[in-house]
Design a protein around this ligand. Structure first.
Ligand code: SAH
Ligand code: DHB
Ligand code: MG
Length: 244
């Protein structure tokens, strides 16, 4: 099918050149970190999929959170806690709340966070993101919890817009940054026919990222952009929004 040839399925692009550049720049710019390396090795040892952010992507998130002056970070989609641990590196007082629906993933993440000595600053909440967001919104409304100033959305891609909207409505303040992972999907993002074909087969992920981009584009509460990325984790990209 033409669209399949033009837009290979997500994760089938393994261009060795960007991967080699990631390796080279990581060696020179990303200092070795035992806790992060252990989180990767222990996640693999427990059979977690290799879908966490790359080291340069993790460091980029951390630097963005630092630039934003973030002290209260929310993450949706913990997996083994790798990106959560990166975000906790943004500063000594940065707190990360990360939401994970899969109990086995949370168990591995908790172990990795403990091994890193970050259990005081990184908390994993077990539950469906949509439900946990509602609880967190209640807590913010009741003054039991501060608003978040940096949000990393990296859970089920079908619902990214629902999560984004809820965060802007109830969970963040002016100046907050919302960063959504995996929106370009090897270029499938701009392929409407592919989105419809996938949807017919019950895969709403491309539909989900298109919905996100289109809704955010109409959303007067934020300024946003999509940045495409290549590297060891293939061709993808993120949506970054700053709340007005
Ligand atoms: N942020 C991680 C990778 C997350 S992978 C990192 O870069 O290190 C996506 C995770 O989202 C998986 O662990 C998956 O179990 C979780 N997830 C999927 N649907 C979810 C939902 N509805 N609510 C919360 N977590 C979800
Ligand atoms: C997948 C999920 C991710 O968050 C990611 O960064 C890469 C892949 C996935 O579900 O395949
Ligand atoms: Mg991701």
């Amino acid at each position: 099918m033409a669209t399949t040839a033009l837009f290979p399925t997500f994760s089938t692009i393994h261009d060795p050149v960007p991967a080699a550049v990631d390796e080279y720049t990581t060696e020179h710019l990303v200092a070795a970190n035992d806790a992060l390396s252990h989180a990767l090795a222990n996640s693999a040892a427990h059979g977690l999929p290799d879908i966490m952010v790359s080291a340069p992507q993790g460091k980029c998130l951390m630097l963005l959170a630092r630039l934003a002056g973030a002290s209260n970070v929310l993450e949706l989609g913990t997996l083994g806690g790798y990106s959560a641990l990166w975000l906790s590196e943004a500063g000594p007082a940065v707190r990360v709340t990360s939401v994970e629906v899969d109990e086995a993933h949370k168990t591995v993440a908790d172990a990795n966070i403990c091994a890193a000595g970050r259990q005081d600053r990184v908390a994993v909440v077990l539950g469906r993101a949509i439900d946990v967001l509602a609880t967190l919104a209640d807590d913010v409304r009741a003054g039991r919890r501060a608003r978040f100033d940096f949000v990393f959305i990296d859970a089920d891609k079908e619902n990214s817009w629902a999560y984004f909207d809820r965060c802007v409505r109830d969970l963040v303040g002016s100046g907050a940054c919302i960063y959504v992972d995996n929106v370009v999907r090897s270029g499938a993002l701009s392929d409407e026919a592919r989105s419809r074909e996938d949807l017919d087969r019950g895969d709403a992920r491309v539909w989900g990222v298109r919905r996100l981009v289109e809704e955010v584009g109409r959303d007067t509460r934020v300024d946003a952009v999509v940045v495409q990325t290549v590297g060891g984790k293939g061709y993808d990209g993120h949506l970054m929004a700053v709340v007005k």
